[in-house]
Write a protein that binds this ligand. Structure first.
Ligand code: PXL
Length: 277
């Protein structure tokens, strides 16, 4: 089988093992080619105390134009952290232009965590992301992002909502359009749960990992990259989520053992082999 291609629309951050530095190796190990559309080049992800970088949004239309000339076809389009509402809007147009019948559209609606927006984001970005989610087949918000997208109080994420309620949230979000919704990072006692809803089979599924260490950079991006790679190669969302949880658990455990700064991300490189079968 020819190697499937996924247009991966994320930033390229030097330190922090998130966005493209997670997506490229993870898709590769799944047997999928990441075709990067870098939205920005940054020294590091934005949760470090400072960062520098260059916004590449003016180049994105030119890159897309060249891809059109090459007649590039994608079996997946995968978006994550986007830096402005205009960029989100542009990505909608990119999806309209490049989507084929069999293209899996995965939108990770990166907006915030722990009940709060990330630096520079607010209600307008949330509104833009909600519109982008309407174009997706799969979305992977964390609980904070799910609450923002539903217009609910995101502070509820801090308490960790009961799983039955989160299943309801996943069902509500699927009404925006995506046939699969995976809500990640629900804290319950010793575990962190990820709750999915498959609107085609009308089935909920959930997968947990042991809660270890602190909130590490890039874990959401790693989860969505695994889901993207596994689903593009034909696995179900549930199977994909199981693999993502295994990779996260092993990689977080190693980061804890190494005493890694949470901003630096987790030791996923040593565990990519978990995705090989
Ligand atoms: O992991 C999400 C993410 C991706 N890219 C950048 C970020 C963040 C989260 O803070 O800052 C640049």
């Amino acid at each position: 089988m020819a190697i499937p291609k996924v247009a991966a629309i994320h930033d390229l951050s030097g330190l922090g093992k998130c966005s493209l530095t997670a997506a490229i190796p993870i898709l590769a190990v799944c047997g999928v080619q990441a075709v990067p559309m870098p939205t920005a080049v940054l020294s590091n992800q934005t949760a470090f105390e400072s960062y520098t970088g260059a916004d590449l949004s003016i180049y994105m239309p030119m890159i897309a134009e060249e891809w059109k000339k090459r007649r590039a076809e994608f079996q997946g389009i995968f978006t994550g952290y986007l830096s402005s509402e205009q960029e989100v809007k542009w990505v909608e147009g990119f999806i309209d232009e490049f989507r084929k019948e069999d293209t899996l559209i995965l939108v990770d609606p990166v907006l915030g965590d722990e009940g709060k927006f990330y630096r520079g984001f607010g209600d307008e970005m949330c509104c833009a992301m909600r519109n982008l989610c309407k174009k997706a087949d799969v979305i992977t918000p964390n609980l904070t992002e799910a609450l923002f997208l539903l217009g609910k109080d995101a502070a509820l994420a801090e308490q960790g909502e009961p799983l039955e309620i989160v299943e309801q949230y996943a069902k509500e979000l699927s009404k925006l359009g995506p046939s699969t919704v995976i809500i990640t990072g629900i804290h319950q006692g010793e575990n962190i749960w990820n709750v999915g809803f498959d609107a085609v089979n009308k089935e909920c599924f959930s997968v947990s990992t042991r809660k270890i260490g602190e909130g590490y950079s890039g874990t959401g991006d790693i989860l969505s990259s695994v889901v993207c790679g596994c689903m593009v190669r034909g696995e179900s969302a549930h199977q994909a989520l199981e693999k993502a949880a295994k990779l996260l658990e092993a990689s977080i455990a190693e980061a804890v053992e190494d005493g890694t700064d949470p901003n630096e991300g987790i030791a996923f490189e040593h565990h990519l082999k978990l995705l090989m079968d």
